[in-house]
Design a protein around this ligand. Structure first.
Ligand SMILES: Cc1cc2nc3c(=O)[nH]c(=O)nc-3n(C[C@H](O)[C@H](O)[C@H](O)COP(=O)(O)OP(=O)(O)OC[C@H]3O[C@@H](n4cnc5c(N)ncnc54)[C@H](O)[C@@H]3O)c2cc1C
Length: 363
């Protein structure tokens, strides 16, 4: 008979952990503060390592999104600077890179997982693996896993401080049926210049995620006080040519996603309590680390329950480089012309380097 595990948070990290720990024979309770599955937000890119983990757990979401075959980097004047052939990494690692809505991913991951909704954790006793809920109930297990995101209550109880800080960057994002040439394609584009970055990625049937990353002006939080962000974005990106003006002429209802980060410590838990996903390592979305690294945590945790500090140390080592690159927001820096062959090889290396799952398998 397995041990009793209490997971706080039914985001991608908590749901993957629930699947992974249940598959390993443990008794899992998963508590979520929201009254129902949280499906808002933009879309995410899942790398080959995550797709293989989710396949093993019976929750492969590939059919719900767009299989990416090319990642292109463009300059604001409409010049293509590089093309990464993503099929090379797909062949090397046995799974595609897939871009899909957060909603589609959450729904696939939650299938058959008995989430206890409306269960907000308000107090945590890490040494006893025990939580108190807003309705007064107390719940404990043999192991407590904080998968409760960037503003984690479990992390606060463990660390007694909130190390997460905002970076100067914010993403404005929405879904559109344009640009037409990307709908239903495998092409994902990033256009970078001094003003910021525009990303365009097919995200499943009929849909493209259009996002703009802009640097917050000191003293003027662009993500808070913009009555009509499209007007402001047209000012910022007004001099750009090609697809960007076309996109800005059709998008509406942009939503803001501010970027946060904190340093990844060597270990992050205490006694029978640990963390995973954004609770342990909040990062900006540069190079799409958030969901992929949460899935990687969940996979390793299910194999490391008898050594939680070992799990944390291993993951901290694997996370150092992704955290550094994401924290530096490297995908928002103006692009340079780079040979496609070199970038395709580098991308494939990166996919393996940032996946503990893939690294543990013969190359
Ligand atoms: C609503 C939402 C929208 C998002 N949109 C985007 C986006 O557009 N782009 C992007 O790159 N990333 C987005 N993210 C972040 C992204 O989901 C994560 O970076 C990544 O998937 C890692 O997931 P996670 O499971 O660690 O954390 P999260 O996805 O943040 O999930 C944490 C879960 O814990 C729950 N929770 C928090 N506190 C408590 C508590 N006290 N008691 C019980 N439950 C609690 C939350 O309600 C949430 O469901 C979003 C997250 C959320 C919650």
């Amino acid at each position: 008979m397995g041990i009793r595990i209490v997971i706080i948070g039914a985001g991608p990290g908590g749901l993957t952990a629930a699947r992974s720990l249940t598959a390993a024979g443990h008794r899992v309770r998963i508590l979520e503060q929201a009254p129902a599955l949280r499906t808002s937000g933009g879309s995410v890119t899942l790398w080959p390592g995550s797709i293989r983990i989710l396949r093993e757990l019976g929750a492969d979401p590939s059919d719900l999104g767009s299989r990416l075959t090319r990642l292109e980097g463009w300059a604001p004047d409409g010049e293509r600077l590089m093309t990464i052939d993503l099929t090379r990494a797909e062949r090397a690692h046995g799974a595609p890179s897939v871009h899909l809505t957060r909603r589609a991913l959450a729904e696939r991951l939650a299938e058959g997982v008995p989430v206890e909704y409306g269960s907000e954790v308000v107090a945590v006793a890490p040494e006893r693996a025990e939580v108190t809920l807003a309705d007064g109930r107390t719940i404990s297990g043999d192991v407590l896993v904080g998968a409760d995101g960037r503003d984690s209550a479990v992390r606060r109880a463990l660390w007694r401080e909130d190390p997460a800080e905002r970076t100067p960057w914010v993403t404005w994002q929405t879904f559109a049926g344009a640009p037409e040439e990307l709908v239903g394609s495998g092409r994902s584009l990033v256009i970078t210049g001094e003003e910021g970055m525009c990303g365009l990625s097919p995200a499943g049937p009929g849909r493209v995620l259009c996002w703009f990353e802009v640097r917050t002006a000191p003293g003027r939080p662009l993500w808070l006080d913009e009555a009509d962000p499209v007007v402001r974005l047209k000012e910022v990106f007004g001099g750009w040519r090609g697809l960007v003006p076309e996109v800005l002429s059709v998008v509406t209802d942009l939503e803001a996603f501010p970027h946060w980060r904190h340093k990844v410590p060597r270990t992050w838990g205490r006694g029978p309590t640990t963390l995973l996903g954004d609770a342990a390592h909040t990062m900006p979305p540069s190079l799409a680390p958030g969901t992929n690294q949460a899935v990687e945590d969940a996979w390793l945790l299910a194999r490391s329950l008898s050594d939680l500090r070992g799990y944390e140390r291993t993951r901290a080592g694997q996370l150092r480089l992704p955290a550094r690159l994401a924290g530096a927001e490297i995908t928002n820096q103006p692009g340079r012309r780079v040979p496609g062959g070199l970038m395709s090889t580098l991308y494939s290396w990166w996919i393996r380097r940032s996946s503990g799952y893939l690294s543990s398998r013969p190359g």
